[in-house]
Design a protein around this ligand. Structure first.
Ligand code: AMP
Ligand code: GLY
Length: 424
């Protein structure tokens, strides 16, 4: 083993900023590169590197003696970056293209769960040819109706509809290209009633560890109202995900998932993100993702008190079983600051102030930020910053994060004051 390693991190959001924060804490890290990064990570950024051009990524990695590539978002994984580096000494943290199908295809994920008896909503897969069967399946369900585009649709491919006639219309529209090719195939699902949480697993293909549980808040408005966003905040831990619940998650979801992947000879190392619904105390899978969540990472990683790079090396070298993970018992709440207009058309270029007044106990993870020609840090995306606070209780952490959200200023700033309030 080398004494220290060079790491290339792919992505540009607050999730990647949280990865960078943990990677930079590690004495195992020699040099960190982030492509493309944002204004919070500027000394490490490689702005011009196209992360879906794997040849270009390889050239950069080889030229800079990169030992490990950490992939933030799903797309490089779904497009096969891990397979591309299969014969290279450079280790990619993330599953093969076949494994990433757990996120890349809802149909694949549902059928995988069915094959391995993993609890999930009843479903049917529909294409243009089977539209009539799909409509009949909708008739057999109680409202509301859940329609999901099979492929990646930038988090927008799920419709939840109360009215049966409208559901049938939307089904036909989806099959006619509402979400482009992603909805050539549609999964119709039974609606699950309950409260959601996000469980993250790291695995080297054999051993696994479950990271601290989190919950994210997807709607723009307080009380979970208004449009869906990329996520307006997160909290960890989640009180209802107690020991009994987590034992069920481990036995009925995590273990059968990893066993199923092995039985089907699917190479899977890296992160598995389980989007779960707590249905009257029973965990059921809403979705799999092949990466960490955003904004959950911003609440989960600050609670991991052990060395993340050591764990990543465990994943890469298949030595996760002998690695130790320790968790900070404190609670973390992360509040997202978003631009005016988000999640619709939003403004960019507003000057951000107050970042240097946050104090030591709030971490600011940048997302849509950049440095403009005057040297100011300005807004450059819908979600601008994630402000994470740790404290002995969830309400204290939330109060601290909100104070941080008030301290940072830019024109049109939006944030939710109710992150975590439904849990306490
Ligand atoms: P997905 O992209 O599969 O995570 O779906 C987006 C969101 O839709 C989820 O986070 C849930 O809030 C909701 N959702 C998806 N599937 C179901 C379901 N079967 N029952 C209830 N809500 C669902
Ligand atoms: N927070 C949900 C996601 O990352 O998909």
């Amino acid at each position: 083993m080398k004494e220290q390693i060079n790491i290339l991190l792919l992505g540009s959001g607050a999730r990647e900023a949280a990865f960078a924060y943990k990677i930079l804490q590690s004495p195992r890290t020699k040099q960190l590169f982030i492509a493309p990064g944002n204004a919070g990570t500027e000394e490490f950024n490689v702005p011009g590197l196209p992360i879906l051009n794997f040849e270009a990524v390889r050239k950069f990695a080889e030229d800079n003696d990169v030992d490990m590539i950490v992939v933030g978002p799903e797309q490089p994984l779904v497009e096969g970056i891990t397979d591309f580096f299969e014969d290279s000494p450079i280790k990619v943290i993330g599953p093969s293209k076949a494994g990433a199908q757990l996120e890349g295809s809802k149909e694949f994920a549902k059928e995988f769960m069915f094959r391995h008896a993993i609890p999930t909503a009843r479903f049917m897969t529909v294409t243009h040819e089977t539209l009539d069967e799909g409509a009949a399946f909708l008739d057999s369900l109680n409202p509301p109706y859940v329609l999901k585009a099979d492929g990646l649709a930038a988090g927008k491919g799920v419709l939840i509809i109360d009215n049966i006639e409208e559901a049938k219309e939307k089904l036909a529209e989806m099959l006619n290209g509402l979400f482009g090719e992603a909805s050539n195939t549609v999964v119709i699902e039974e609606f699950l009633q309950g409260i959601e949480c996000s469980v993250f697993v790291i695995t080297d293909g054999e051993d696994y560890k479950i990271l601290p549980v989190a919950k994210d808040y997807k709607r723009i408005g307080e009380g979970d109202t208004g449009l869906n966003t990329g996520g307006m905040g997160a909290v960890s831990p989640v009180p209802f995900a107690d020991e009994e619940f987590m034992q069920k998650v481990e036995r009925s979801i995590v273990e059968p998932t990893l066993r199923g992947l092995r039985e089907e000879n699917i190479d899977y190392t890296g992160f598995i993100f389980l989007g779960l619904m707590n249905v009257a105390g029973e965990p059921m899978v809403i979705e799999y993702n092949c990466r960490m969540g955003d904004p959950e990472t911003e609440a989960v990683f600050p609670r991991i008190s052990s060395d993340l790079v050591n764990l990543l090396e465990g994943i890469a070298d298949k030595t996760l079983g002998i690695k130790k993970m320790t968790v900070d018992p404190r609670a973390a709440v992360s509040v997202i600051l978003a631009s005016e207009g988000y999640p619709g058309i939003y403004r960019k270029g507003d000057v951000i102030t107050g970042l240097d007044e946050l104090g030591e106990d709030i971490v600011a993870f940048h997302a849509g930020t950049k440095r403009d020609d005057n040297g100011d840090i300005v807004t450059n995306g819908g979600r601008v910053l994630a402000l994470t606070a740790l404290a002995d209780s969830i309400p204290e952490a939330a109060a601290k994060a909100i104070r941080g959200a008030e301290t940072v200023k830019f024109s049109g700033k939006q944030f939710r004051r109710d992150i975590s309030k439904d849990l306490v």
